[in-house]
Design a protein around this ligand. Structure first.
Ligand SMILES: Nc1ncnc2c1ncn2[C@@H]1O[C@H](COP(=O)(O)OP(=O)(O)OP(=O)(O)O)[C@@H](O)[C@H]1O
Ligand SMILES: [Mg+2]
Length: 274
């Protein structure tokens, strides 16, 4: 459903007029229901890749290549067609949920405004649907949360609200940019599990951006390893783990801490920590 071909991004320094190419001609495709992990060190171009898909690259930047969703070329489309694809088919889940939520809007209002079918519903039905969305992302005290403003809720709770909102618009593609980095470890695991479950139940495609190769391997069908604006290799988690094609991927894997399945890390005695 998503086809990215030879994607290049060039920014221009407003003072010196100097051009810098940030993405160097990357290609990848995503089938309906498939999830792709974009992994790589800081500055490798993961977020910029998502921004190009969303059409929110930095002002004055130039995007070359092609990005199409179900046959609609996002770079060639303009005006209404483009707005429609971006509003209906894409949903971003960013690192900081506070950025996604309007601070002066209660959660209930936020969710209802994002629903694709809110206008055809009575306010009471829209409210019921909002509560139902919250239950689907593991929130039980829905009335309190619907009435709350973003500053009254924890980061983990807010990220669940953002996921609920993302899903309510019935997008085709979720773009998740380090969606759990700002959360504590336990909450991280819960939020990732919810995101994964929501996506699978609905057969949504997803691009999942993270530094964490193991997290990506756990929730993604394929991984793309990025470095300095380039995708070095793409493969299944098993291929990347067992037969890495580049030194960089090997280094990325050896740099990570020893991994255990979630919840199965061996206990460390105080004496062992020295
Ligand atoms: N607004 C901008 N204008 C020009 N260059 C930018 C801008 N934002 C980021 N860059 C550059 O683009 C490159 C890729 O940045 P990007 O944010 O995509 O990295 P990333 O892989 O998402 O890193 P991180 O893991 O830290 O989020 C970096 O070299 C960065 O310095
Ligand atoms: Mg980033």
């Amino acid at each position: 459903m998503l086809q990215v071909t030879d994607l290049k991004l060039t920014v221009t320094d407003p003072d010196s007029g100097e051009h810098t190419e940030i993405l160097h001609g990357n290609s990848f495709a995503l089938a309906q229901g498939e999830s792709l992990g974009l992994v790589g060190e800081s500055g490798s171009g993961k977020s910029m890749t998502l921004k190009c898909i969303l059409g929110i690259e930095p002002a004055g930047a130039r995007v070359d290549g092609a990005i199409s969703i179900d046959g609609t070329d996002l770079l060639a489309a303009s005006g209404e067609a483009l707005r429609r694809v971006r509003a209906n088919d894409l949903a971003l889940i960013a690192q900081n949920p506070h950025g996604a939520l309007n601070p002066v809007l209660a959660v209930g209002r936020y969710l209802i405004e994002g629903m694709s079918d809110a206008r055809s519903m009575s306010p009471a039905d829209a409210r019921l649907k909002a509560a139902d969305l919250l239950r689907q992302v593991g929130i039980d005290d829905t009335e309190r949360v619907l009435r709350s403003y973003p500053h009254q809720l924890s980061g983990g709770m807010l990220q669940r609200v953002v996921i609920a909102g993302a899903i309510s618009g019935e997008p085709k593609l979720l773009l998740a940019d380090e969606p759990t980095t700002a959360l504590d470890v336990t909450t991280q695991a819960e939020v990732v599990a919810i995101l994964d479950e929501m996506r699978r139940e609905r057969g949504l495609s997803m691009i999942f951006v993270t530094h964490d190769l193991d997290l990506a391997a756990a929730v993604c069908d394929r991984l793309a390893v990025m470095k300095d604006g380039e995708i070095l290799e793409i493969g299944t988690p098993e291929q990347i783990r067992d037969r890495p094609q580049t030194e960089y991927t090997r280094a990325l894997m050896s740099a990570r801490p020893q991994l255990y399945p979630a919840g199965h890390a061996p206990a460390i005695d105080a004496e062992d920590r020295s």
